[in-house]
Write a protein that binds this ligand. Structure first.
Ligand SMILES: [Zn+2]
Length: 571
């Protein structure tokens, strides 16, 4: 392919709205162009990468036994009403009406439509298991699109869905996808880590997110260097050492006028935040419950929801707080709340806490010298792991310290159970001709996001450093003297020799200075660069260098050996 024939636009300046390197480079290297907020056009170079990632995904899905289909993006509201998600998806789902005033959604995902589909096709256990997938555009009404393809309104996803006869049988489908995902990301040149994620109501270990580590990532992940445990922050668990607090004197109520937050009260009293018990009133499926955690910790609402076995937990409104405790938020605590029957649950670290400071359940007052066992009414079974872990916390599995890293989620595998098959009555007949509900799993890969994640993980100050498997072109031949017949002929010959080896090549045949060509080649990041110029040829050869190597690694080889040298660099 001749550079001069391709619509390529490279930019020297970063786009003004780009905050992270991969977003800047996608635009500067001419892979994509912003069409509107959160919407991008894939230019020819970007399209080549997107296609290569899709090809890898498709090959691995097929290899894992999944079957490709494609479902409509435009989905009738009735499907979403059947599952209850027409309401629960909230404003993040694009909705529209046809001319007959029927409601539709622009698909953000397709559990409903695929369940409806499989229900209509599968009737017997003999047809199971089945896994189908599609690579299709998805939509999300982001309030604030940012980070380029990381948070866009329109994105390309591979979504797969498995259907099995039982929860046990579904494990095999899950593991097949889990292994396929590892291969997909490895083939894309990505270091992606499977990370345990919350399983909602299913329980067990059957939800993993695949994360690419990057400082710009939006998700926090806890890693254990000791045992390899990795979990997202919703899920990550910690162990605490039993405390041995010294006995404390009698409780003493002190005025703390105007100080509401732990920070404010701790400044006011001159005591560190960790000496406080942070108390918050939540509604768990509508019932008030007080949640106490160490003053310097945050409540993990997912853990709280599981511990309380609730469908929904949310911070209580101020009237509920007042009724339950006798005070407003900021002055509430576990000692004698107004509602004596209020359930109080505590983070495990508070078990046996003495000498702490709590809200007094009286506006603008706190109590010090509190011994939770002595002064508060907390059931022994109401201590649990309820906080978000942080760097240095102790791994619950092995006792080594956890490290918190940032990650970009590029895939998710999830054992769904019967949530959707129940709603759609998607049943099959077993060998006794009894009706049974199918068990589902769902599996997503952000295809467009993966493209950008590769860049986020693989770039330097000069531009992108593409792994050969997904580079827009694996090789760029910088033809320094396009008007020189000898040089042009060497370049053309090398191009066809490489193409014969199945290697894709772009020849920079533009009338540009060498410096411009080198800068562009480094910016776009072709895996191998070959420099062909009249001067070099006169001295005996062409220059060959991988993008990821130092300048000193440049080799000069005779034109006849160039194709072989390039092929060995790519291998
Ligand atoms: Zn560990």
């Amino acid at each position: 392919m001749k550079w001069s024939k391709l619509m390529i636009q490279t930019l020297r300046e970063d786009p003004g709205d780009a905050e992270i390197d991969s977003h800047k480079l996608m635009v500067r290297a001419g892979l994509m162009k912003k069409a509107a907020g959160g919407l991008y056009t894939y230019l020819p170079l970007g399209m080549r990468v997107l296609n290569k990632v899709q090809r890898i995904v498709r090959e691995e899905m097929d290899r894992a036994g999944a079957q490709e289909i494609v479902m409509p993006i435009l989905q009738p509201a009735e499907l979403w009403k059947t599952s209850g998600r027409w309401e629960s998806m909230g404003p993040g789902m694009f909705r529209l009406k046809d001319r007959g005033a029927h409601d539709y959604a622009l698909s953000p995902t397709a559990e409903e439509m695929v369940t409806d589909l499989v229900k209509g096709v599968v009737s017997s256990y003999r047809q199971l298991p089945v896994t189908v997938y599609q690579i299709q555009w998805k939509f999300r009404d982001e309030i604030r699109p940012r980070f380029g393809l990381m948070r866009s309104k329109e994105f390309l996803m591979k979504d797969a869905y498995s259907f099995d006869v039982s929860l046990d049988a579904a494990d095999a489908s899950y593991m097949a996808m889990f292994e396929a995902y590892k291969r997909v990301f490895a083939r894309c040149g990505l270091k992606a880590y499977p990370v345990e994620a919350d399983t909602g109501d299913i329980g067990g270990k059957f939800s993993h997110e695949f994360h690419v580590l990057a400082d710009s990532g939006e998700d926090g992940i806890a890693f254990c260097g000791g045992c390899g445990y990795a979990a997202n922050l919703e899920k990550a668990e910690r162990r605490v050492a039993p405390r041995a607090d010294a006995p404390c004197g009698e409780m003493e109520t002190i005025p703390t006028p105007g100080a509401k937050t732990i920070d404010e009260v701790s400044k006011f009293m001159g005591v560190p935040g960790s000496a406080f018990v942070k108390s918050l009133v939540y509604l768990a499926d509508g019932r008030p419950v007080m949640v106490c955690v160490p003053g310097d910790r945050d409540v993990n609402e997912v853990k709280l929801r599981h511990f309380l076995d609730a469908k929904k937990v949310e911070l209580a409104d101020f009237e509920t707080v007042l009724r339950a405790t006798g005070a407003n938020a900021g002055s509430v605590g576990p000692v004698k709340p107004a509602d004596a029957s209020l359930r109080i649950v505590c983070d495990q670290e508070l078990r046996g806490a003495k000498g702490c400071i709590v809200g007094a359940n009286r506006d603008d007052h706190h109590i010090k010298n509190v011994d939770l066992d002595r002064d508060a009414k907390i059931a022994p079974g109401d201590y649990a792991d309820l906080v978000v872990v942080r760097d240095g916390d102790i791994c619950a599995k092995c006792g080594q310290p956890l490290a918190i890293r940032r990650g970009i989620e590029v895939g998710h595998v999830f054992k769904l159970g019967t949530k959707y098959t129940d709603a759609f009555k998607a049943v099959y007949k077993n060998d006794s001709l009894e009706e049974r509900t199918m068990v589902m799993g769902c599996y997503g890969i952000g295809v467009s996001r993966t493209v950008q994640a590769v860049i986020e993980q693989s770039h330097d100050a000069n531009g992108i450093v593409w792994p050969a498997s997904v580079a827009p072109f694996q090789v760029c031949i910088c033809l320094l003297d396009p008007d020189n017949a000898d040089a042009a002929q060497v370049a053309a010959k090398l191009e066809s020799e490489l193409e014969a080896k199945g290697i894709d090549v772009i020849v920079d045949d533009r009338q540009e200075r060498p410096g411009v060509k080198f800068k562009d080649a480094d910016l776009i990041g072709f895996t191998v660069r070959v420099v062909v110029g009249a001067k070099g040829l006169a001295a005996g050869g062409v220059e060959v260098k991988r993008r990821c190597d130092e300048k000193s690694a440049t080799r000069v080889v005779p034109p006849a050996e160039a194709a072989e040298a390039v092929a060995s660099l790519l291998a």
